[in-house]
Design a protein around this ligand. Sequence first.
Ligand code: NAP
Ligand code: MG
Length: 400
Amino acid sequence: MGKIAMTTPIVEMDGDEMTRILWKLIKEHLLTPYIDLRTEYYDLGLKHRDETDDQVTVDSANAALKYGVAVKCATITPNAERVTEYGLKKMYKSPNGTIRAILDGTVFRTPVMVKGIEPCVKNWETPITLARHAYGDVYKNTEIRVPGAGTAELVFTAEDGTQTREVIQKFTGPGIIQGIHNTDRSITSFAKACFQYALDEKKDLWFGTKDTISKTYDRRFREIFEAAFQGEYKEKFEQAGLTYFYTLIDDAVARVMKSRGGFIWACKNYDGDVMSDMVSSAFGSLAMMTSVLVSPTGAYEYEAAHGTVQRHYYKYLKGEPTSTNPVATIFAWSGALRKRGELDGSQELQDFADRLEKATLGTIESGKMTKDLALITTLDDVTTLNTEEFILEIQKNLEG
Ligand code: NAP
Ligand code: MG
C-alpha cells in the first residue's frame, strides 16, 4: 500500500526531554510508515532556542499563521535551575506564551475518554472542552498594600487629559487594593475563537461570568460575546443545530457537574485556570488531556496539555525503563493531521487520523497501557507496558 500524500506541510515544533523521545517514537512507528509526512520543522528544544536567542519560537509561530496548522511537543519553560542546567544565555519566556501572543489565540483543552478510565463525575459521558481566556484580569494586576487610613480611587486619564474617577474605598485602617483590566480587542478575539471552535467541533458553547456583581467589567464580557454571536455566528449556530448560552459562573459550575458533557465551556482567565485543573483531574489523567490553540484568523496549534515529564526523562537518561503515556501527544498529531486533511480536502489524511486514534484507544481498552493508566483503570486484566512497547502495540493495532 502506498503512503498517504500531503499537499501542504504541517508546522512541526519539536520540544524537550521525555516528550522529545515520545515525539521521535511516534513519528518513527505511527506516522512515517503510513504518511509521506511533510512538515516544516522547527526545533524548540531548549538548546536550539538558546542558540537562536529564541528566534526559532517566533519563526515557528509565524509559520503556524502562514500554514494554518501546527503540532507542538512539550517544551521547558526555563527557571533559574534550567538556566544553570543548560548554560542558557538568559531565562527565556515560556514558548507557549510567545506562540499564544503571536497567534492571539485561545486554548481549548479536551480530555481523551476511553473505556476503563472513568471520570470521577459518573454522569460525564462525553468530554467537556474548557476554553480559557488567556489575557488580563488578575494575571496582569497592579496591587497596593494599604498601610492605614486613606482613600483609594480608580482614575482613568484619557489621551486628551480628561479624567474619570471612582472611589474604591475610604479606608479607616490597613488593607489591600487591586487594579485589573482587559481590552475589548482581546475579549473579542476570545469570543470569536470560542464561536469558531464550537462550529468546528459541532458542540454547544457555554459562557459564564459574575455580571450580577460586576456590572461593568464582567458585563462587558457578556456584551462582547452577545454582539459577536448576534453579528456573525447566530445563523451558523442555528444551521448546525448548536446552542450558545450565557449564565452566571456559579450556575454554570452547578450545571457542568450535573451535565453529561459534550460541550465547550468558555471561562474568564482565572475561572479557566481553576476550572481546567478541576475538569482535567476529574476526567482521569493529565496524560490524557489534549490542547489546541486557535487563533481568531483560523490557525490551529495542537499539543499535549502536560509538560516534558522531566522525572521520567532523568530515568531514561540513566538507562532505566520508563512508562510514559504518549496518548495526548499522539492525539496532538492526529488532531493536526485531521485539520490539515480538512483544509486540503484530503479524506485519506482525515481517515488516517481517525484510525490512529481508534488504534490508540483500542490498545488501552484491550488492557495494554502505560503505568499512569494502569494505576487508575477499572479494567481487570491489565498489562503495564513501557513507553516503546506501548507505542509498538498501537502500531500492531493500526496494522491489524
Ligand atoms: P509534567 O511534565 O506535566 O509532569 C508532571 C508529572 O505528571 C510527571 O512527573 C508524571 O508523574 C505525570 N505525567 C505528566 N505527563 C505524563 C505522561 N505523559 N505520562 C505519564 N505521566 C505523566 O510537569 P513538570 O514535571 O512539572 O514539568 C516539566 C517541564 O515541563 C517543566 O520544565 C515545565 O516548564 C514544562 N511544561 C511544559 C508545558 C508545555 O510545553 N505545554 C506544560 C507544562 C509544563 P510521575 O512522575 O508521578 O509519574
Ligand atoms: Mg493553573
